[in-house]
Ligand binder design. Sequence first.
Ligand code: NAD
Length: 505
Amino acid sequence: MSTVSTEIAVRKVNHWIAGNVVPSTSGRYGVVWNPATGEPQAHVDFASAAEVDGAVQVAAQAFVPWRESALSRRAEILFKLRELVDANRRQLATLISLEHGKTIADAMGEVARGLENIEFACGIPHLLKGGFSEQASRGIDVYQIRQPLGVVAGITPFNFPAMVPMWMFANAIACGNTFILKPSEKDPSASMLIAELCAKAGLPEGVFNVLQGDRVAVDRLIDHPEVKAISFVGSTPVAKAVYETGTRNGKRVQALGGAKNHMLVLPDADIGMAADAAVSAAYGSAGERCMAISVVVAVGDVASPLIDAIKERMARIRVGSGQEDGVEMGPLITREHRDKVASYLEHAESEGASLAVDGRGEPCTKTKGFFLGTSLIDNVKPGMRCYEDEIFGPVLSVVRVPTYEAALKLINGNPYGNGTAIFTRDGGVARQFQFDVEVGMVGINVPVPVPVSYYSFGGWKASLFGDLHMYGPEGVQFFTRAKVVTSRWPDPSTSKVDLGFPQVR
Ligand code: NAD
């Protein structure tokens, strides 16, 4: 007797290895949620250590011919990829929005900022030019070349499922490496579309691979002797662990971690402009940005009018599904994360802060999606949980300080150093702040100072482990190693044995 299956087929997100979609054999998988509905929408494969080994082998085989390919050929493929990503912006943004929850407009911004990195990598023939010193000694020339490392891996966070992979792989492959991407298991589909576009652009099989998975895949990538470098972006504890283990294993590692970004507002600032910036930078992408402003540091009597202006703007923000027109802020990534973010609101008042706006009420609680409204905590002080932790949600804290010096001391005393901003009309103070502040990326009347792709991105202190920042010129440096050649083409008749130490003559 035949039976009719009542099981609904679940969409599967697999690996991408050697130019093909490859289902996992591990038997392990994770659930990809739709944060706007609170329903599961797909299963994502979790690679086993043996699957990591297989992918690394594929990438190692692809390395030799890819490394030998002409720079102009690599640039040609990157140009094609640039065109394909450009043509598929909307499709990528929709995938990002469905799995991450951010609005389509915000996801389009993410794709645009990722695309910049492919555009930058199109200039690889120029970027890999070395230095040449003719006649460093009589008849001797010295020159430097940069060569790829081999198989390199990128491990990326949930909050930018397309942009952060593009930060890493564009330069990595342009430099002649082969690449394994381990995307976040929470929103893995954008990486598969990127892989498809790489194949359409003519990238040889095995040069760009995607291994879906969790900690098991990460641990094996960090241990694998054939993986020469790890580019990691995620939370600080994981970044620190990846850096420590990876470097102990002899790998080159850059590991970007979490953040607590302060926006300093001086009494002379334009209140409306500062409030617009604080609201945009705190609640854009529901605060799930490593460059989100999470603390406003209000100097002197600027606090009260600034808070009023912020509250007025907050009241107008439309929260809802990221795919709906007119919505400005979507849900958080998972139920657990939403509940963790909400717990900071629960504890704020018992710690002595004031809950100026509480986002836990309706309409957010009326749906099954992982929503939390915009929230504002005033009178926050160091030592409180809401100040010490990276909240990574739509919660803005206000710390009131009497002077610029007190504000600077607060910011420099924070263990994180990713981004910061100053709002003022005084150029002298802004310049002094840029000089004094111990943070890697600084905005002057710019709240989210993510550098353009021809500079490099990176924080200081607990926001980055490693020496080199990501993408741009430092990205090219990270994915290559230097070789210096000293060369002589002498007349054989002048050659002789000389046991002395070589010196310039
Ligand atoms: P996460 O640390 O949980 O995960 C990042 C990656 O590491 C994912 O691919 C995940 O699968 C993997 N991972 C998670 N736990 C692991 C473990 N114990 N061992 C090995 N691998 C592990 O981070 P997230 O929640 O996906 O992303 C948010 C965090 O990333 C925030 O802290 C945010 O500030 C940070 N972030 C930083 C930057 C930056 O440029 N500094 C950019 C984006 C996000």
